[in-house]
Ligand binder design. Sequence first.
Ligand code: NAD
Length: 733
Amino acid sequence: MTYKNFTVQTDADGVALVTWDMTDRSMNVFTEEVMGEIDAMIDELARDAAVKGVIITSGKKGSFTGGADLKMLRGMFDGYEKKLEADRGGAVEELFARAGEMGRIWRKLETSGKPFVAAINGTCMGGGFELALACHARVASASAKMGLPEVKVGIFPGAGGTQRVPRMTDTQSALQMLLQGQTLSADKAKRMKLIDEVVADDGDLVGKAKDMLKAGLSAVKPWDEKGFKLPSGPVYSPAGAQVWPAVASLYRKETADNYPGARAIVKCVYEGLLVPMDTALKIEQRYFAQVLQTTEAAMMIRSLFVSMQALNKGARRPKDVPEQAIRKVGVLGAGFMGAGIAYVSAKAGLEVVLIDRDQEAADKGKAHSRTLMEGLVKKGRASAEETETVLSRITATPSYDALSDVDLVVEAVFEDRDVKADVTKKAAAVMKDGAIFASNTSTIPISTLAGAFPDTARFIGIHFFSPVDRMMLTEIILGEKTGDTALAVALDFVRAIKKTPIVVNDTRGFFANRCVLRYMSEAYDMLVEGVPAPMIENAAKFAGMPVGPLALNDETAVDLSQRIMKATIRDEGEDAVDPRHFKLVNAMVDGDGRLGRKAGKGFYDYPAKPAKKSLWPGLKEMFPQKKAEDVDFTELKQRFLVTMALEAARTMEEGVVTDPREADVGSILGFGYAPYTGGTISYIDGMGVKAFVALCEKLEAKHGERFAPTPLLREMASRGETFYTRFAPAEAA
Ligand code: NAD
């Protein structure tokens, strides 16, 4: 037996060791060739009388299949983005055929009559974990990570995952794992009974697997034996009656029923547990086919898998600038943002010079890294040594001389043009030739700040989101004169710190904040109309937003909204701000110091823990309240999604964002735009531009001009275009 991607060695005891090691790839992934080989190999192993049992492992250090979550899906989705536009049915059919094939082969392995053990030596996600679950036992290295993350891109594990997991672990844990796409540590997987043995990283994993075979591992799965009992008991039983009603409400609470993939998981588990395995697998397949055909799955796969990977790999990076090794960065301003930027940089292995006005302020910024690292240590996700290593990379100082050998400076001082100009000049005076200067400003145009730096080509914006350690998006802002090298360095830096970049052209609010302001502004409108505040917050959450607009406004601070309105009135005149909105924030801020969470009161009241925040009752007195039955709840949801999508469309029309993938990925990562839509632009493309324009017109008639479709949208609607065809990304993923 010889295979291209596998070696098979059978020892004297009749144990066949199958080692998966794709010579032409750094990771093992499922390709058609791999599937074909596994299929043939199972037949051969089953036929070979000398083989008593089989161990499947990987030849790649620290990885069974796929290096990171979802990597194994890549083969399936090669060219998916193009196919989706050209031939949606074809793209779906191909995905379905591959998943169906995988499910068939794993079942064949499971019923081959020979016992199989998966020796999981490292990361094992998606289809790879489904393969392991089909084996008759599993041993894993202590540091191996595993899981079925498919739901995160809009689908679900369709090769037996939804059936084997709830036959091995209790229904509640199984559903939680599947619905959240959890990544499990080896220990957690063992506690859930998904793994049989955990072996130390330097231990003998294969030896352990052999021991299990030698001890007489059964080649028949428990669920293929008569009298098999489900871990949580039958669905129709007193135990089942405890579990399932709770599942329904948990599912609604977590998903607002917006995700067909998640809905299908619940149905697969429920229906599948009523029948024998082979029928259950057919049920899973049927739902898989349905889910793949949904707009949600198509849009989520594209944005959250294909486009996100393309952007992370540098889709927008100028090709002819060689890779820039970034070793050391300077951060100016050790406040809220600067401290976070220093932390993520040091955590990624970069040397950091953290500067503030005096030593005390700089030290305070550095202390933020200690707090975050200690938090990780407490959770067992970092060691004390790692904490010291990360901290040792950060030099906190008021002295600009320390910037002489940095490759990049990120400025995060006060949002004040003069203060920024001052620190820019001081840094420029000592920075080495060719080093890049980036500002983290959130409101000041980059092109105007660039004037303080001697070489405007080396000046760029890198806009982080707070909290920096948790928010995965960065907006790279191109000033009028920003050069390719600055863009390349900024992208290389963002890649080094493992964030996802979008590249936008210079404009007030850039991309994300423009859209977010619309979200909060729409909530003000609803308040003014007398929509009860809880309905506003709930409508947003039911629409798929992670945080209601009023809660979000409390986080970003109500006085910041007031400042932005004042600045807009100053720059653009009284008419640029809705006077009712201005009155509302003035009343909140000036009247009662309701500045938001930081003040303990805003749209919500924030009592001392453990009490929970609650909406401020005073809102009811500010505006005559509508009765709940007089409010069109569906329309509230639409208003939120449409107003942000329209703003995103405007940014594309204005050339602020040039690639629809960036608007989509940026909107999900930057402000949590209802992920099931695939992002602001996919929301429009998903329903069709024509339908979107009609929806805008309906809302415009009722709520005013802010919903008027733009000229570009009308033109695209009349031509039957989508954003992804009209603004086709320069290169496929
Ligand atoms: P902050 O007030 O928490 O921090 C600013 C820091 O700059 C302070 O530590 C201050 O001592 C220091 N500083 C001021 N003048 C200085 C000088 N001359 N030399 C050296 N250090 C000086 O503010 P922040 O929230 O961290 O915001 C910093 C920048 O990041 C602003 O441009 C802001 O617009 C931008 N930003 C903020 C957020 C956010 O959510 N807060 C998000 C994105 C971008």
